[in-house]
Design a protein around this ligand. Structure first.
Ligand code: PMP
Length: 350
């Protein structure tokens, strides 16, 4: 080993879903929105002045913060934007999870949490889900250095009702509780309205799924102004210009078109509900999903075999080769046309 190698911070990185090249493929593996961003985003993009790119962006991200604060009816000092919710959550780990007590998150959950905990060298424990993939709220009624979980959970799609979320927050007012609402717009009740009641609650959302803008990398946290101030202090100690100028303009534009937002969500929810019937008819079972994906297992054929057969035919779904998950496929909800291609191919191979 070369001497400097001893000082390298070693981490086992998070592995994002594959982004296959090519056009004639059905991509249901990374929970992207199958519909384009709002029409106003396209127009704003066309109007954008390339010459302005020579300047630094606004480090306070004011246009985007304003648009979000108006939309969610919270103060501008209660919104913290970042480069996707991954960036927001990584900042939140750095800012809030500095205790010697373990951070808690479910054993089956967004696998990035463990990577951040390792990267930032914080201890953690991962309470097991119950047999129906539900988070047991009682597991979170104990000393901890912070709590984070997605609602709906990923990759299961299982939603925790808001009164249970509130129980967890109420039992943990000595640490910061982060609810990762990457998928909340697809049918769940957001914890945003609890932000006024609990100073230790941070709600994180993203433009990547419900707002069709994964490529722009925009996420945000909403919480008490003291939490947001703490996040900003860390951000300005790390990188003042996290958000680039096009993201700020286009993100703010996306928030303005609520009609398009709601119509798109409804289409995805309708397709998801039909998908539940179609997949069940093909012999799949799955926990009931309130997200834009379904976590399904087949009664006869192994998930890995189905995954590989689909892949051969340019249909991409997500497969996690991990104990407890390795007989499941996480299938993102596409357009009806894409889903039909999936069902007819599944029918052939099953
Ligand atoms: N949280 C959860 C639960 C997710 O599934 C994802 C998507 N990988 C993210 C956060 C991060 O999404 P983004 O950085 O695109 O906002």
């Amino acid at each position: 080993m070369r001497p400097w190698e001893e000082n390298i911070r070693r981490v086992a990185p998070y592995v994002p879903g594959e982004q296959p090249k090519g056009t004639d493929l059905v991509k249901l593996n990374t929970n992207e929105n199958p519909y384009p961003p709002a029409p106003g985003v396209r127009e704003a993009l066309a109007r954008m002045d390339w010459e302005k790119l020579r300047k630094y962006p606004d480090p306070s991200s004011a246009v985007l913060v304003q648009a979000l604060s108006e939309y969610y009816q919270v103060g501008e000092d209660q919104v913290f934007p970042g480069v996707g919710s991954d960036d927001v959550i990584a900042m939140a780990f750095m800012t809030f999870f500095n205790s010697k007590k373990p951070v808690l998150f479910p054993d089956i959950s967004y696998s990035f949490y463990q990577v951040w905990a390792d990267l930032f060298q914080v201890p953690y424990e991962t309470p097991a889900l119950d047999g129906d993939f539900r988070i047991r709220k009682e597991d979170y009624y104990r000393e901890n250095g912070g709590i984070i979980f997605p609602n709906p959970n990923a990759p299961t799609g299982v939603l925790m009702p808001l009164d249970e979320i509130e129980d967890i927050i109420a039992h943990n007012q000595e640490s910061v509780v982060i609810i990762d609402e990457a998928y909340i717009d697809f049918g769940g009740e957001s914890a945003l309205r609890l932000v006024e009641k609990y100073e230790n609650l941070l709600v994180v959302q993203t433009f990547s799924k419900s707002r069709s803008m994964a490529g722009m990398r925009i996420g945000y946290a909403i919480g008490h102004k003291d939490l947001i101030k703490a996040l900003n202090d860390v951000k300005y100690s790390y990188n003042s210009y996290t958000m680039n100028a096009p993201s700020l303009t286009l993100g703010a534009e996306a928030v303005r078109d609520d009609v398009y937002f709601k119509e798109t969500l409804q289409k995805i929810v309708d397709t998801r509900e039909r998908a539940k019937e179609r997949l069940a008819a093909l012999g799949f079972s799955f926990p009931d999903s309130m997200a834009n994906f379904i976590f399904a297992t087949h009664k006869e054929k192994k998930a890995e075999e189905i995954y590989l057969a689909l892949r051969e035919n340019n249909i991409f779904v997500r497969y996690f080769k991990k104990p407890g998950l390795d007989n499941y496929l996480r299938i993102s909800i596409g357009t009806d046309e894409e889903m039909e291609k999936l069902y007819s191919f599944l029918k052939e191979i099953l």
